[in-house]
Write a protein that binds this ligand. Structure first.
Ligand SMILES: *[C@@H]1O[C@H](CO)[C@@H](O)[C@H](O)[C@H]1NC(C)=O
Ligand SMILES: *[C@@H]1O[C@H](CO)[C@@H](O)[C@H](O)[C@H]1NC(C)=O
Length: 325
């Protein structure tokens, strides 16, 4: 009798425990609404990083989740991008992240981000998180003074002030290429230029005109686009001792980058054995040859030179060995 009571009691506790577990499981499977933890837009590279906690600790066991990330813009709001990533909710608070590059500069118009997740094995999805905003800029033509490789599909935009209306939008490269416009909001318009051609040395202008409706005051918004190539591999790199103090390295640029001044190619001469790194300022000599001098180091007869070439679009290098006696 006494033993019966105990086992009955134990059974009841066990039942309660199981029932509780079922109850929490059923409750846990109403997915909680996720929240964006951190939104980091870069207004120069037009990349965006979104971070959020996966919220796995809300569930009593591991689950497979598919996250949907949604970018919206324009008025009325339209989808600009959508992506999915998978994760396994393991009960820890893992920070997930997603990186995206926008074709349309963030300055052009407000962008919004939202996320949600679906539990794959249960076929249910959470609500969307609240919209997080990446605010656009007030007025101007964007992107500002960008350097791009030849053949890039470009998107410019004009943002004008409240009270103004846009009358003209254009890009210098449209004369030879294909361009078309797209309305973003009542205060902004995009101009798409397909496969941009090499620009003149001063760049191609992109501009728009807007006038105030009351006194037809005109505003002009403009920007410049530089179109070129990344540096070619330096050709015919050759280093020789000039005297007891200096080694002179010469090379040819290869294909022209079509970029000049601060956007032109920067060269560095690195000697591998000593680790010495020389900035070749004014490396250009004459039409064809570039030149950079390197000091002869005491007690060093073997030199392994690497010439590195950099510009806004990329880098390349060439190497040569030299032994002096
Ligand atoms: C966006 O505007 C800021 C100034 O407000 C500027 O510094 C930045 O270069 C612009 N980004 C692009 C891609 O034009
Ligand atoms: C050489 O120096 C330049 C300028 O200080 C730097 O940008 C570059 O990364 C250096 N290269 C190496 C291989 O150290």
């Amino acid at each position: 009798m006494w033993i019966d009571q105990i086992s009955c009691c134990l059974l009841a506790v066990l039942c309660l425990h199981i029932l509780n577990r079922f109850a929490t499981q059923a409750k846990a499977l109403v997915p909680t609404t996720p929240q964006i933890h951190e939104l980091t837009p870069d207004y120069i590279s037009d990349t965006l990083e979104v971070k959020w906690y996966e919220g796995g600790s809300a569930f009593p066991y591991e689950l497979n989740a598919i996250w949907e990330i949604h970018i919206l813009h324009k008025k009325p709001l339209k989808e600009a991008a959508r992506d999915i990533i998978q994760s396994r909710l393991t009960g820890t608070e893992k920070l997930l992240h997603w990186v995206w590059t926008s074709d349309l500069p963030f300055n052009c118009t407000d962008h919004y981000v939202r996320i949600r997740y679906c539990l794959v094995d249960h076929g249910i999805c959470s609500e969307w998180s609240e919209l997080a905003k990446i605010p656009g800029k007030d007025s101007g033509m964007y992107p500002i003074d960008k350097v791009v490789p030849m053949g890039t599909d470009m998107t410019f935009c004009c943002v004008w002030k409240r009270g103004e209306s846009m009358t003209t939008i254009n890009y210098g490269g449209c004369r030879s290429g294909h361009c078309w416009t797209e309305t973003l909001t009542e205060q902004s318009m995009a101009l798409h230029a397909e496969k941009v051609a090499l620009s003149p040395s001063s760049g191609f202008n992109a501009w728009c005109l807007a006038e105030t409706t009351e006194d037809s005051d005109e505003s002009i918004y403009g920007t410049v686009l530089f179109v070129g190539y990344p540096p070619d591999v330096p050709k015919k790199l050759d280093c020789t001792a000039q005297n007891s103090e200096e080694i002179m390295c010469q090379w040819q640029e290869g294909r022209r980058t079509n970029l000049y001044g601060t956007r032109g190619t920067h060269y560095f001469l690195i000697e591998q054995f000593s680790g010495k790194n020389i900035t070749c300022i004014h490396a250009r000599r004459g039409q064809q040859h570039f030149q950079c001098n390197f000091p002869i180091l005491t007690d060093q007869t073997k030199y392994h030179f690497t010439l590195e070439a950099y510009n806004n679009l990329g880098h390349s290098k060439a190497s040569v060995l030299l032994e002096i006696d």
